[in-house]
Design a protein around this ligand. Structure first.
Ligand SMILES: [Zn+2]
Length: 87
């Protein structure tokens, strides 16, 4: 399963509306693919917040989003891998 297909079924997957075979394929992809794994984690956090009837934990979403951005930095950019965190 590739990223595009995972994106298409991610919402259904998180809602538990996909069949067992799809669940297994999506889970395998989420473990291999950090970007999709991140997206699933963010959606999970937002859904959990809705379930609690609270606003999403902004810190958690923010952290995950930052992490996702760092993964998407082009390789070989200045300071690659050794950039200090922002203050
Ligand atoms: Zn992916």
């Amino acid at each position: 399963m590739n990223c595009l297909r995972v994106q298409r079924v991610l919402q259904s997957y998180l809602d538990g509306e996909t069949d067992a075979a799809t669940v297994r394929r999506v889970e395998a992809h989420l473990e291999d693919c950090r970007r999709c794994g991140l997206e699933a984690a963010v959606h999970r956090e937002i859904k959990a917040a809705f379930t609690r009837r609270e606003a999403p934990d902004r810190d958690a979403v923010e952290r995950l989003t930052e992490w996702g951005r760092s993964l998407m930095d082009p390789p070989g950019s200045p300071g690659d891998g050794s950039r200090p965190p922002r203050p």
